[in-house]
Write a new protein. Sequence first.
Length: 464
Amino acid sequence: MYVVVAGCGRVGAQLALELSYQKNDVVIIDRNRSSFRRLGSAFNGISLEGVAFDEEILAEAEIDRADAFIATTNFDNTNLMAAEIAKRIYNVPTVIARLYNPQRELTFFKMGIDYICGTTFLAEQIKEKLFQGEELILQHERVELGIQVLEFVVPAEVAGMPAGYLTSGVSSKLLSLARNNVEIPFDDETSLEAGDHALIVMRKEGWEILRNCVTEKALESPACRNYILPRSVEATSVAQPETKKLKIIVAGCSAVGAHLAYLLSFEGHEVAIIEENKEKFKRLPPKYEGLKLEGVCFEEDVLLKAGVKDADAFAAVTKLDNHNLMSSEVARRIFKVPHIVARLFNMDKEMTYQKLGIKYVCGTRIIAHEILERVSKPVLHIRASCFNNMFYLAELACPPSWNGKTVMEVQKNRGIKIAFIGRRSTGHLSDDKFVLKSGDTIMVLGLPSKLQGLEGYLKKNVKG
């Protein structure tokens, strides 16, 4: 494909790099030449300095032959105008704009511009993680195959048991085991430790095995009640408490922070939002009913005024990674807030968050991924992230080049793990000797870098 990207911010740069890595022809435009430093040496496309809707710049970018145009500048008006020109004047087949202000969604919709509102999208992602169980998490479910992928924390009651305890023939399969936020090698004899994170794929028959490996608190969680229980298990087997209204602190009245605070307040939770610049409180809708505190989000006296001592959850969503990291650590280590989620901008800091065990949402990565899904029609579809974004679950159709190969061969060659295989209407928890066939649907687990490499491989070999 030939793709023109307007805006070399974090998201625009990430898009350009990934499209370039996939062997697309990419031109990226930005009015600030220094922004191109984000591309590094790996980018092999063309960078042009100028305004995204300037027709001379667009002509230099050869937009008339573009297959796609993506507007990702920091200004909604610029993105709207550039997208409108690309669509109406140059008839670019695929045009997508990034939108910041949710109040302008109707304008983009009426103009017929396909858009992604990063503000609402990220706020929903962060809210979901805030309410996600710490002990037991549903990562992916294929109801028609009767298969679920679950992540859970090994409780003290199971410590010392062998890893093989988590499997039951063809009913369950241990995919990965992490200890102290690092994946460790394992076999059936590996001794489990309290606090280990286990990723398991199972059929409904494997539920009884899992019930013995998680706490009652996890079994009573909303996630467990609403999603994880297999269809054959009666609801009466798990308690059904009413949904609790929580006390939540939001650090940072960014566009995302303001929208998140409003959503939580609207749902009846007790919300306090902290912001250094009180002018930013104007972003909060008039219907916001929570507390507003001016101050630095990681200072203890400010957090105490916000009610951190009895807070149920803390979301750090400032526009500074260091502030988000520091405030998350203070809330977690000093005040023992049970649920922490941070927003991350700089992808280079992901490993720091992972090693510290801070749950986070990387806006740069997920917004870029959402746009790529619409633009490049990927062969590999990301379905979930595991172990705090360390690994991703992705789905693909078995390529002809894998037909007749064993699971072991594919895993060794591509550096991935095969979670399960869908063949017709049956799900298979495959062993190493399982032979793949064209027409199979395959769910794989891998590092982001490995899956990126797999995407490139599949696009080269999809025709066999």
